[in-house]
Design a protein around this ligand. Sequence first.
Ligand code: AMP
Ligand code: ZN
Ligand code: FE
Ligand code: FE
Length: 285
Amino acid sequence: MRIDLHTHSNVSDGTETPAAVMAAAKAAGLDVVALTDHDSTAGWAEAAAAAEELGLGLVRGAEVSARSQGITTHLLSYLHDPAHEPLARMMRQVTAARWERAEAMTSRLAADFPITWEAVAARAGAGRPVGRPHIADELIAQGVVVDREQAFQRLLHPSGPYYVRYWSVEAETAVELIREAGGVPVFAHPGATARQRVVSDEAIARLVRAGLAGLEVRHRDNPPEQRARLAALAERHGLIQTGSSDYHGAGKPNRLGENLTSQAALAQIAARGRLPLVGGGPWAS
Ligand code: AMP
Ligand code: ZN
Ligand code: FE
Ligand code: FE
């Protein structure tokens, strides 16, 4: 069984529609895929219809933006009730904060490069969770950089002069809200050293006490020594271990199915989540 529990559509910063992500997952030979757009569940209905049509298992999810020890922290929420108002409100608030931040970054960039806020905002789409990848795509369109990778390295990096932080909740709060909404919270790429410092063992232990269910151990941004550390932490705390691609369509080199999650881990997630899996098949029982 091939299971990939972390993908993005153009509802957030992927390049393909939710239905196209489902079709790509089927073509990549996946049996089950999760759609986990940043701070949004707006792609769920379209993805579910496509998954049913394709006979593909779908885990409805989101990647919630939070912070821990001052470090940007992403929490995958699986199978939560999208109508649970406290979690939905928090995702709306972080989306609003993302809009302020993207406008601030664009205005800093506009002093040195041909870029306008109108163009960046149009790339994200009104009400959608805008991110640095949308700014990157406009910089590519204007010929400033050749691809998203170059945009992040040269202009959008947190250590650079154009970077602006955005408001988000503490990760413990996010974990609690996800659990209240019936979701299964999994810490996304916790060992991603390339971006910044990593969250400490002690802070992860606090997240476990708040209700964290799992760690995304196998992810291309977790280097080997981090994967070993995370697997040991998961053992110690009895956490689910997942592996995923973090597919963004053409927006990142990450390929669907490049890291996989076991059927046993998926069964634990399905057993704990409030919503059922979509798409039928043996995994949905
Ligand atoms: P933001 O959430 O707005 O701070 O932007 C972070 C998003 O950009 C994440 O979804 C990453 O997957 C994506 N990202 C980070 N680095 C890169 C890169 N080098 N190339 C393409 N996308 C990236
Ligand atoms: Zn992303
Ligand atoms: Fe992430
Ligand atoms: Fe992601």
